[in-house]
Structures are given as C-alpha cells and as structure tokens.
Design a protein around this ligand. Sequence first.
Ligand code: ADP
Length: 524
Amino acid sequence: MFDAQHLAARSANFRPLTPLDLLERTVEVHGTRPAVAWHDRIWDYTEFRQIIARMAHWLKAQGVGRGDVVSVMLTNRPEMLAAHFAVPALGAVLNALNTRLAGEEIAYILDHAGSRLVLCEARTAPALEGVATPVTMVCERPGDGTGLDLFEGEAPALDWFGNVASETQAIALNYTSGTTGRPKGVVCTHRGAYLNAVGNVMMLGFTSEMRYLWTLPMFHCNGWCHTWGVTAAGGLHVCLEQVDPVPIFELIGRHQVSHMCCAPVVLYMILDHGSNAPSSRVKVMTGGAAPTPTLLAGMEERGFDLVHGYGLTESYGPATLNDPGADAPGTVDERAAMLARQGYRHNTTAGIAIVDETGQEVPYDGQSEGEIVLRSNTVMAGYYRDPEATEAAFAGGFLHTGDVAVRHPDGQIEIRDRAKDVVISGGENISSIELETVLHKHPDVLLAAVVAAPHEKWGETPWAFVEPRKDSALTEADLDGFCRQHLSGFKRPRRFVFGELPKTATGKIQKFLLRETAKRMVTQ
Ligand code: ADP
C-alpha cells in the first residue's frame, strides 16, 4: 500500500485555484505589455492592476468585504474588466447585470442577490432609477469629473490572498438571461473560473500576442471566462461598448484584432454589413445559440475563421468546442455543415453524455435524440438561494441542460433543439433548428425563428418568424415555395410572420415571446 500519510496537502503545494493568481503572473511577466484599449487610450498590465487596486480600495471603503455581493451594470469598458478582479480580491462576489434589463427584472435580481451596491455608467443609470440598492456611477471618460474615476491617482496595495480562503468560494453570481423564464442565480467558484479560463487559453490558442475584441458582453457568463482567460495569456483586451459593425471593423483594423467571440446574431449583422473583409484573419468563437451553415460559410468567405462552442451559464460558458482548423477538408459548404455541430467536450469538461428518459446513453448514430448532461469541474456550485432548483438540475449526478441532441459516430454532438423549443405536431417531433437552417438558406432571409403555435387538430404546428434583409420584397408565398422544395410536408411552417425578432442582450431570440405572439394570433 502506498504510504501517503505525510503527503497531505500543505500551503507549499496546495493553493486555492483563482483567476487572481493568473492576473499576478501576467503583471509580473508582461507588466509593460498593452492590457486594455479603450477609445484613444491603452493601459499596460501594470497600469491595469492599478485600476483594479483603486477599485478594490474604493469598494472596501464602502464596506464591501468577504461574502458580499457587488453588482455592476456596465458595458465592455475597463472598469467592467477590472471588476472581475477587484471584487473577488476582497473575497466578494461579482454580480454582472445584463445592460439591457428593465426595472422590474433588475429590482428582482438585486434583491435576490442581496447586493451591497451597484456600479453603473451614464448609459445604464436610467434603468437603475428607484432601486433600493445604493448606486454609484463611474465617469464617462478618464478625468472628466462625471463620476467615480479609477484611472488616476495613487494606486493602493492590493493584497487579496487572505481573502480567497478556499477555491470553492464564490467568485461570480450570474443570472441566466431569462430566455426561458424567471432568471436563476448561477453561482461560480474561483476554482471553476480558473479552470475554464485556462482551458480557453489552451483551446483557442490565446497568447500574449493576441488582441481580443470584446464583441461578447462581459456580463454574459463573465464573457465566457475570457475576462480571466485573455488576462491569463497576457493578451490585449480591446473594449467595445456598443456592438455595431462600424466600430467592429474599425477596431479590428486599428488593433489588428486576432480573436473575438459573439452570438450568431452578431455575425448576421457583420455579414449583412457592406464592409470589406479584415486585412488579417480573425478567429471568431461563436455560440450561445445555433449558428446555421449558411452563416458559417458566409463568415469564412469574409475572412473570419470560425470556431463553434456550446455551453450554458451553468457551465461557465463553453462546455463543447468544434474547431476543425483552417485546413479542414471539403468545400466551404461542407465545412460549414460540419462546423454547425456543437463538437466535442471542452478540455476542462470532464464528461458529457446524451441520455434518454431512462438515463441510458443514446447510440452514436447521429439520429437517436436525448438530453445533454454534463459533469465537470466547470459546472456551477448551484443556484443561489434555490436548493430545489439546484437539486432538480443535478438529478442523477449530472447537470441537466434541457438541450436535445444527437451523437454522431465520431463522437461529435449536434443539438437538435432546446427541449422546450421542439415542435410536436401530430405526435411528430419537429426540430425548430432544422427549419431555421432551411429558412436561412433563402438569400432574402436575415433572421428566422421557428416556434410552436397551438393547433386544434395537430396539437402544435411550426410557425416561422422572419426578419427579411433590407430592401427585399420577400413574400409568404416565396418562403412557402422555398420550404416545399426543402422540407417534408409535416415539417413545413404553417405561417410566416414578418418583422423584427425580439432578442435578449446576448443576442438570443426570445422564442417565448414569439410563442406568445403565435398563440395570440391563433386565438384572434
Ligand atoms: P438562458 O438559458 O437564459 O438562455 P444561457 O446563456 O445559459 O441562458 O443559455 C444556454 C443555452 O443556450 C443552452 O442551454 C442552449 O440551449 C443554448 N446554446 C448555447 N450555445 C449553443 C450552441 N452553440 N448551439 C445551440 N444552442 C446553444
């Protein structure tokens, strides 16, 4: 028997895993390298750490300490990034609010989270009017005197080590985006954040040479942990407050951006915009919703190398990755069809399975459907102040995702639908994603979402909500004809409704609103 008695963990060989350690190493090694770019300023890593130290010092002066929750309602700007280090440095928990939330939802989250204070900026301040939690506004620009200015002045000491007593301590409290109802507070730990950040560095090839454009909101799963991951690599964070194709292309050119991440809806915007392809290729990780092959092929032609990830707030962002590499074989369309799959597990995801109702894994045949379940060091600690929902999510020893998928013979996962988005018509399951994939092939369709509408005879029928491209003369009859060519009869959408689609701030189409609209239209 191996004698391990004297080998117990001790301070010399066991330190809590925390992204704060990643920051310190980067400051030591890359202190003079550019860390954060915002408007016409660039701060190096030493200066960025000073911003963090000033924020931590200010928070402490407000009485924030271990176990407190600090909310932020900030766009992708330096203070938002700094909060990802300053708040945990005090042993406090970061609650990043979706910048598009409305009054009632904000009040619910602040109350549920028990936030000590909220940091906001001019553009998000109106949404916080009247909340019970104390609100502080940061300045518009360094030195303009409009609010809390963390860019100038003394840099106090930042001594966080004693505040991270355990790696399982909470680092972030992220409320789900509410695609499916009341937001739930997902608790993330220092350990999980460290692991997913390091995993992202490995999987996406982050280096100190990288220049990362913040097209993904940092409030969405802490920017899929890239707030910590890009910092771990010592790369440059290029801040972007508003997602719009003009500044996106401008910043890509100005900073020679090498990486970015965003939901497919942002890619549709980029594709629809007339700008020239960037001068150097940009690696883009997309996810959060299913990208269609048409989108992926279009982006490749525009000079973007796509990588596709899948995950949830509950899995710190990415739990799978599909990165076929620039030299993947096949035509553009064949490659895009492969890339539309969600891929293999992320290197920090310990286990992923697709199971049927009895908990048995489905065969690797690309056809049998089941629910994706996860087991990983990068799965949340649980839902805040909600033991029931936590137990339900973890039933059977896995995290249940509610996503319906198949497993291909090569082990890749492909999502068919969210369980609640499947349309069940006359007893047949119809995948909304399959129909959306077909609709997106039509050259006049910018965005399409398929939902179930109640139907007397069939129970449900699929309806398509469509956002046509600018200046197109698309009609219902055109789309119906197109679907007749590409889909079997029972799957064809029964109605086409044109107009702008409702989206969450993370770019997900709010299908529950479309379902409500469809229901209303049926009963009218
Ligand atoms: P919410 O559940 O409120 O939308 P999340 O951001 O946690 O907030 O959403 C996670 C869900 O998004 C997943 O369960 C899945 O349904 C969907 N999703 C994420 N990435 C992908 C992807 N690459 N393809 C298809 N669906 C995805």
